[in-house]
Design a protein around this ligand. Structure first.
Ligand code: NAP
Ligand code: MG
Length: 502
């Protein structure tokens, strides 16, 4: 599909959105909106138009120190951790209610800031953010230790038990692809465990995090429990990661930055969880309904313009159906043609930034130079926004950068296979291990592939399904630890063992 330039006109913003864009650039620290210690600002763009629409504060070292001090004080005096868990749960649920009550406005801000269609944000991001908080709120009152019987000690001489305690002050650093959802996925387990936190949104997408701060104040969290600071990763983020008064870092973003953070957090032995990149395979077996599987494979890569850590970016179709799967994906690609995020017909928006556009187009060009052929897309419509057409590349080989590296755009590479072991080996031939999709009606083949694939999540006949009750995270270089579910709250808890001589 090579699409001529179309008129990309972003509809007007609502009054509520305009008000949010006009807010004074400030930081949310200690329950108050405060000015930064220096005047530096960061431009915020609408990726649908490429226009600067707002400015946010670029937190200085002093600002970060102030935010950490606020979180430290709020943790140390127990204003949150010592509150009855029932109260903590109640306040968290109030926040979830407020997110839902403001869904329309938050979805619009997400669309303006990130470029995703407002309808997608309404269906996925905002309800997802609220349900992360709702689910974790329930854990606040269900944590506790154990009373194991000693094994090598005389019975009755010693009483041993464990306590679970909140880990302390958390630094939470999130990316731009699902700004509010990622922010809520991070803050929810920390709050349920009784921790306090400093959240730093991505420089490109601060708008919903700032509105979240307003709602935090309304929900009744004590001052200093949740602090939200806008700023750059290399300065504000780095300061948080190295700060001696921060006990735990939780990060979602690129694998490269994850490695840097891992090194920088080591000096103070901070607790660390990392949700990093991926290059997730989608495997299509010969017994499927080809039309349905092709549609699924297209959604797996084009959803959120491919800016999804679990995007199905490597398509493996059985040799006997390879051509028809490719035809099927190409046939639905026009439905994913990029449009401005507030256009009600939009299914896919632009990429988040000019930098991301250059990066994605750079990969497509490198693929072509290395011999890949373009089945559909491969180009960027002429516009001031950051649009890329949904792209399928074939005639690729496992050495090409388009096959090995995370592109983070609407670009899928398609390869053939003949048998199960071969495709499992190909699927695992990556430094990543975040997600994988398997399409088959054969339950035995499904279970065999589930067992062979090295990734944190495997989807059968679907893709990108997540739920707050089920753990999410990566094998290999896709991350460290798990978020969501019971496992997602563990990294926010220390275990204290107590021995009492009787
Ligand atoms: P990134 O640099 O990893 O950014 C993620 C977050 O980390 C942002 O808040 C960022 O701040 C912050 N950060 C950056 N350097 C830091 C440091 N040294 N210490 C502490 N925090 C730091 O991701 P990106 O630059 O936005 O995107 C680059 C590539 O990463 C993408 O093309 C994509 O391949 C991948 N990515 C993956 C995911 C995922 O979910 N797996 C998400 C986003 C991006 P700034 O906003 O100032 O950079
Ligand atoms: Mg960055």
């Amino acid at each position: 599909m090579s699409q001529a330039a179309i008129a990309y006109t972003q509809p007007a913003y609502s009054a509520a959105a305009q008000q949010a864009l006009a807010r004074k650039p400030q930081l949310f620290i200690g329950g108050e909106w405060v000015d930064s210690s220096h005047g530096a600002l960061i431009d915020v763009e609408d990726p649908s138009t490429g226009k600067v629409i707002a400015r946010t504060a670029d937190a200085s070292d002093k600002d970060i120190d102030r935010a950490v001090a606020a979180a430290r004080a709020a943790f140390d005096d127990g204003r949150w951790s010592a509150m009855p868990p029932m109260e903590r749960e109640r306040i968290m649920i109030r926040l979830a209610d407020l997110l839902e009550a403001h869904a329309e406005e938050l979805a619009e801000l997400e669309a303006i800031d990130n470029g995703k269609p407002k309808g997608m944000a309404m269906a996925v991001d905002i309800p997802g953010a609220a349900s992360e908080i709702r689910y974790m709120a329930g854990w606040a009152g269900k944590l506790g230790g154990e009373t194991p019987s000693p094994y090598a000690l005389p019975q009755g001489a010693m009483f041993g038990y464990t306590l679970r305690e909140p880990v302390g002050v958390c630094a939470q650093i999130v990316p731009w692809n699902f700004p509010l959802l990622m922010a809520c996925q991070k803050i929810a387990p920390a709050l349920a465990a009784g921790c306090t936190l400093v959240l730093k949104p991505a420089e490109q997408t601060p708008l919903t995090a700032l509105r979240l701060a307003d709602l935090v104040a309304q929900a009744g969290f004590p001052a200093g429990v949740i602090n939200i600071v806008t700023g750059l990763g290399e300065t504000a983020g780095d300061r948080l990661v190295r700060h001696p008064d921060v006990d735990k870092v939780a990060f979602t973003g690129s694998t490269d930055v994850g490695k840097t953070i891992s090194r920088n957090a080591a000096d103070t032995m901070k607790r660390l969880t990392l949700e990093l990149g991926g290059k997730s395979p989608v495997i299509v077996m010969p017994d499927v309904d080809v039309k349905e599987a092709s549609k699924g494979a297209a959604s797996a890569i084009f959803f959120n313009s491919g800016q999804v850590c679990v995007a199905g970016s490597r398509l493996y179709a059985h040799r006997s159906i390879f051509d028809s799967v490719l035809e099927g994906v190409a046939a639905v690609a026009p439905r994913w043609a990029p449009r401005p995020s507030l256009d009600p017909a939009a299914q896919m928006g632009p990429l988040v930034s000019g930098e991301q556009l250059d990066r994605v187009m750079g990969y497509i060009e490198a693929g072509k130079r290395a011999g890949a052929s373009v089945v559909t897309g491969g180009d960027s419509p002429t516009s001031d926004g950051y649009y890329v057409n949904p792209t399928v590349l074939a005639d690729v080989n496992p050495q090409m950068s388009v096959v090995r590296e995370e592109i983070f755009g609407p670009v899928v590479v398609a390869q053939r296979f003949d048998d199960l072991d071969e495709v499992a080996k190909a699927a695992n031939d990556t430094c990543y291990g975040l997600g994988a999709g398997v399409w088959t009606r054969d339950i035995s083949v499904m279970h065999k592939l589930v067992g062979k694939i090295k990734s944190g999540t495997v989807w059968g006949n679907c893709h990108t399904v997540v739920d707050p009750a089920l753990p999410f995270g990566g094998y290999k270089q896709s991350g460290l630890g798990r978020e969501q579910g019971r496992q997602g709250i563990e990294p926010y808890l220390e275990t204290k063992t107590v021995f009492l001589k009787l």
